[in-house]
Design a protein around this ligand. Structure first.
Ligand SMILES: *Cc1c(COP(=O)(O)O)cnc(C)c1O
Length: 442
């Protein structure tokens, strides 16, 4: 059924991918449209993908992979799910963009507002980065304050103010803060370690009256996967309220990933503003920011906070997002995701232990991560202490066996509803072999 998955370990033929990469590098920085795709951290050739179906990817050389990246989060139903493909064909037949309101936006907005306790009203944009930039502008306008607080290792897109000590590709490439960001901007960004309420209290003591907002990934997913410790999100809510700062949940990754209704529903902490992306576009470019009606009505044209977008609310993206959410709403979807991720991380933990390799795993809903670290991993400092060389060996051994993981220890993994129990079991067998290779290092 899935050839390639059961063949023995052998070096991957990547002839066509290598040729494409040579050409791509002349035309695009690093040959890619987004940095982590270049496989720099794992010193390998990124397979050039030609198609995806269900839980599987196929590259330009005909290699097949069981995919745990899922386009970095959006593809919670797997690749090319029939319900989304049908919705897309229907939408495309009517035209691709109108720059005018459509019913699809109303339907998707209603679905999202019904699911997330923190969203009464929202604005669609095209990327998570844009959602975050816009939410911050609104928070600053609403409070009349300029500073914002983010957590080390949190990634919120590539907006100027948020690249300090950021996770994801920024951490992968070891870039502390990007050139081109004026110091005047980063001075307004205050940082604190994730999962550390006493450090947060210190930051508030110093800057409390100047903070417009605290922005947080409620489950950190861009420094590996780090769940919030007990009371962390509640503590955030409380300290923001005490100081008149807004609490922004960046749920671009966690929204509809860790639960129906996102982390805010899973942990019962309601933010003032929420950023969404990834899953709500069903694999097409859509994102959103939303919150209480009184706040959102400060956005133009209801209010003076300006924000706009030519392709925002694009009908194809709305159709794909709506079809995805309708499938996720079916009973049992999140239970199944949760079970698959738990089987995977428990299995990884066992196989690593059997090989004598220290590993620390976490899973929340359809999100998971693992660190080559004895644990616990609670924040960016802990995550950075995980062994990158072991990760590299493990990653390559898995890729050669047809398992496609994120090519960086600072990225989470994603399980989809297309991953079957047999896929997880096959992954664990391969992981066993990969851990043995790790154990033989040095
Ligand atoms: C992916 C991500 C973003 C950025 O979204 P883009 O669509 O890549 O701009 C922002 N915040 C979080 C938490 C993310 O995971």
């Amino acid at each position: 059924m899935h050839p390639g998955l059961d063949c023995p370990v052998m070096p991957l033929p990547l002839t066509r991918s290598k040729a494409l990469l040579r050409r791509a590098r002349k035309l695009m920085p690093g040959g890619v449209s987004s940095p982590v795709r270049a496989h720099t951290q794992v010193a390998g050739t990124p397979p050039f993908i030609v198609r995806g179906r269900g839980a599987y990817l196929e590259d330009a050389d005909g290699n097949r992979y069981l995919d745990y990246v899922g386009s970095w989060g959006p593809l919670i139903l797997g690749h090319a799910p029939p319900v989304v493909m049908r919705a897309l064909r229907r939408a495309a037949a009517a035209g691709t963009s109108f720059g005018a309101p459509t019913e699809l936006e109303v339907l998707l907005a209603a679905k999202i507002c019904g699911a997330l306790p923190g969203i009464e009203q929202l604005r669609f944009v095209c990327s998570g980065t844009e959602a975050v930039m816009s939410a911050l502008r609104l928070a600053r306008a609403a409070t009349g304050r300029s500073r914002i607080l983010k957590f080390e290792g949190g990634y919120h897109g590539h907006a100027d103010a948020l690249l300090l000590e950021a996770g994801s590709g920024v951490a992968t490439l070891g870039i502390p803060a990007s050139p081109g960001v004026p110091e005047a901007f980063t001075r307004l960004t205050v940082q604190a370690p994730y999962n550390d309420l006493s450090a947060l209290a210190g930051a508030f003591k110093r800057y409390g009256d100047e903070l417009a907002a605290v922005i947080v990934e409620p489950v950190a997913g861009n420094m590996g996967c780090i769940p919030p410790g007990p009371g962390f999100l509640e503590g955030l809510r409380e300290i923001c309220d005490r100081h008149g700062a807004l609490l922004i949940f960046d749920e671009v990754m966690t929204g509809f990933r860790v639960a129906w209704g996102g982390a805010q529903r899973r942990y019962s902490v309601t933010p003032d503003l929420t950023c969404l992306g990834k899953i709500i576009g069903g694999g097409l470019p859509a994102a959103a920011y939303g919150g209480r009606r009184a706040l959102m009505e400060q956005v133009a044209p209801s209010g003076p906070v300006y924000q706009a977008g030519t392709l925002a609310g694009n009908p194809l993206a709305m159709a794909a997002g709506l079809a995805t959410l309708e499938a996720l709403e079916k009973p049992g979807a999140y239970k199944r995701l949760e079970r698959r991720s738990a089987e995977l991380t428990q299995g990884l933990q066992e196989r690593a232990a059997a090989a004598g390799v220290e590993l620390c795993c976490a899973a929340v809903g359809g999100l998971f991560g693992f660190f080559f670290h004895e644990g616990p991993v609670r924040n960016f400092d802990d995550a950075r202490r995980a062994d990158p060389a072991r990760f590299r060996v493990f990653f390559r051994a898995m890729l050669e066996q047809g398992v496609y993981l994120a090519p960086s220890p600072f990225e989470a993994g994603f399980v989809s509803l297309a991953h079957r129990r047999s896929d997880i079991r096959a992954t664990l067998e391969k992981a066993g072999r990969a851990f043995e290779k790790v154990a033989r290092m040095r």
